[in-house]
Design a protein around this ligand. Structure first.
Ligand code: HEM
Length: 500
């Protein structure tokens, strides 16, 4: 085994040539490198702590796979944005990509023509102008969510999952917000996202680091690689295939609702690019739902923990919008505190704390250090979110850190890091931002959120977080009560009007 591994990774440094040093990092063990230094839980937090030992650019190796962790916005911007031609590839993941088939979707596709094609299609649907066309469906889904909270406030997490899924499903495939299909599609997606979330973490599957393991026949005892891969592949084909077929059938009978997929399928020459349409749509659907849900779960937790902030948001909404209306995106520029609270939500618990892994397609020399070709690059969004520029402690939920009327130096703007970097920056960021705005303002204009009981603040402070590619609070309880009977009635009436 030792021989095979050395051979597989013999791409190591040519001997005798003088090369700039690799960036600093923890000393690894022979053969396995830093494999056991990389924690599977709170990975981004631990990497952030290492900054004090090694600086902003940390180099690791796990079974000879090179890994670079970027711990500051400056480092991420210098490498991923300014040198994007070198740093925009993705590592080939054997389990999720090659064996399950996820490498056809553009978040995992390398920096190649197929990626450019799918990304271009997604940009058509999600650029800052195009997203205005989806405002009505976002408002409808948020309205239904708020209405559901009047009767089932304890069910907020699953209702939020449904609403976030419905928004993306409706934009991507035109599935009506209230249709029964949406519930089935979202349930399938949820399981797939859990598999993807786990599989994207460094070291999750040994076969990613030792690809020859995939050749071991499935009858060999304890080898479950093929079983996991087949199960994942079948699920993925369902998640991407079922909603696509739903639209295709409706396009052929002329009964499709407006959606990204329907618009693409009606383009001239659509059949030649059908593969790209299918995977571009699947990518947006997969990438857009859980990220939005996780962000709003963090916001709900923050509101229960920080009642003063909640009050200030409500006061601004009441003063600028009034009591009987819910704000729309047109009101945004008049709501500085709300905008600061949204930035704070993206910062307080960033939902993708280690971004998606980038990968170097060439060697680079940066500040006298060598970054070899084939290095996985992890921008540590969590570390960037912990800056102390404003003088307000990073763990506190305080929108004031973004208001120059409150602090001398405002905190680093999370829109510059929470959605990633360079050519790979999240194409859904404008769409996501509008969904977040509608959830945040709808919730606070209509409800009071507080801890579930008098001594429950302490329990909330201990809320467990989902770990993996995405990090968000789960299994916590809060009390969500309509501000008044009148507000509850108005929510019900609005929801009825929309579905009528
Ligand atoms: C709060 C919500 C969201 C957050 C925080 C978020 C964050 C991110 C981040 C950090 C990346 C990785 C960027 C990089 O590699 O540098 C990403 C990629 C991506 N996001 Fe989002 N995202 C959100 C919502 C959405 C939505 C709503 C959609 C689509 C409707 C979407 C679609 C995508 C896609 C397709 C990629 C892959 C881009 C590529 O590899 O070229 N995201 N997102």
């Amino acid at each position: 085994v030792y021989y095979l591994i050395r051979k597989r990774f013999a791409q190591c440094e040519p001997k005798g040539t003088h090369q700039p040093p690799l960036p600093p990092g923890p000393k690894g063990k022979p053969l396995i490198g830093n494999l056991f230094d990389i924690p599977l839980v709170d990975t981004a937090k631990v990497f952030a702590e290492w900054r004090s030992l090694y600086g902003d650019i940390i180099y690791l190796e796990a079974l000879h796979q090179r890994i670079l962790v970027l711990g500051s916005f400056e480092a991420a911007n210098e490498l991923l944005a300014k040198k994007s031609t070198i740093y925009s590839d993705r590592p080939g993941l054997v389990m999720l990509g090659e064996l399950m088939g996820l490498d056809q979707s553009f978040p995992l596709l390398g920096y190649c023509a197929g990626w450019k094609h799918q990304r271009k299609l997604a940009h058509l649907a999600l650029n800052s102008d195009a997203i205005k066309g989806y405002a009505a469906l976002q408002e409808e889904a948020v309205g239904l969510f708020l209405d559901s909270l009047v009767d089932n406030p304890n069910d907020f997490a699953s209702q939020l999952r449904l609403a976030s899924g419905r928004i993306v499903l409706s934009m991507t495939y035109g599935v009506p917000i209230k249709s029964p299909e949406s519930i089935n599609f979202i349930a399938e997606l949820e399981i797939m996202m859990e598999i993807i979330g786990r599989g994207m973490m460094p070291g999750a599957y040994l076969v990613d680091m030792l690809p020859w393991l995939k050749r071991i026949p499935s009858w060999v005892p304890f080898n479950n690689i093929n079983y996991i891969a087949t199960e994942g592949r079948t699920r993925l084909l369902r998640v991407v295939g079922l909603p696509f077929e739903y639209v295709r059938q409706r396009v052929s009978t002329g009964s499709a609702n407006t959606s990204f997929t329907a618009t693409c399928l009606e383009l001239e020459g659509a059949t030649e690019i059908e593969h790209h349409i299918r995977w571009s749509a699947g990518s947006m659907y997969g990438a857009g739902s859980e990220t939005t849900m996780g962000t709003i779960l963090s916001f709900i937790l923050a509101m229960a923990l920080y009642p003063d902030v909640q009050k200030k948001i409500r006061m601004e909404l009441d003063r600028i919008i009034g009591h009987s209306e819910l704000p729309t995106s047109d009101d945004r520029s008049r709501l500085p505190y709300v905008n600061a609270a949204i930035k704070e939500t993206l910062r307080w618990n960033p939902v993708v704390p280690l971004c998606l892994p980038h990968y170097t397609s060439d060697e680079d020399i940066h500040q006298g250090f060598r970054v070899p070709k084939g290095t996985i690059v992890l921008p540590n969004i969590w570390a960037m979110s912990r800056d102390n520029i404003s003088g307000i402690a990073p763990d506190k939920f305080a929108p004031e850190r973004f208001l120059d009327t409150c602090v001398e130096n405002t905190a680093l703007d999370p829109y510059s890091y929470a959605f990633g970097f360079g050519k790979r920056i999240c194409p859904g960021r404008f769409f996501a931002d509008n969904s977040i705005f509608l959830f945040v303002t709808g919730l606070i204009a209509s409800f009071v959120i507080s801890p579930a009981g008098p001594d429950e603040r302490h329990t909330l402070l201990e809320t467990p977080f989902r770990h993996g590619l995405m990090r968000f609070p789960e299994s916590f309880q809060v009390c969500i009560l309509p501000r008044s009977k009148q507000v509850a009635t108005e929510l019900k009436e609005r929801a009825k009007d929309k579905s009528g």
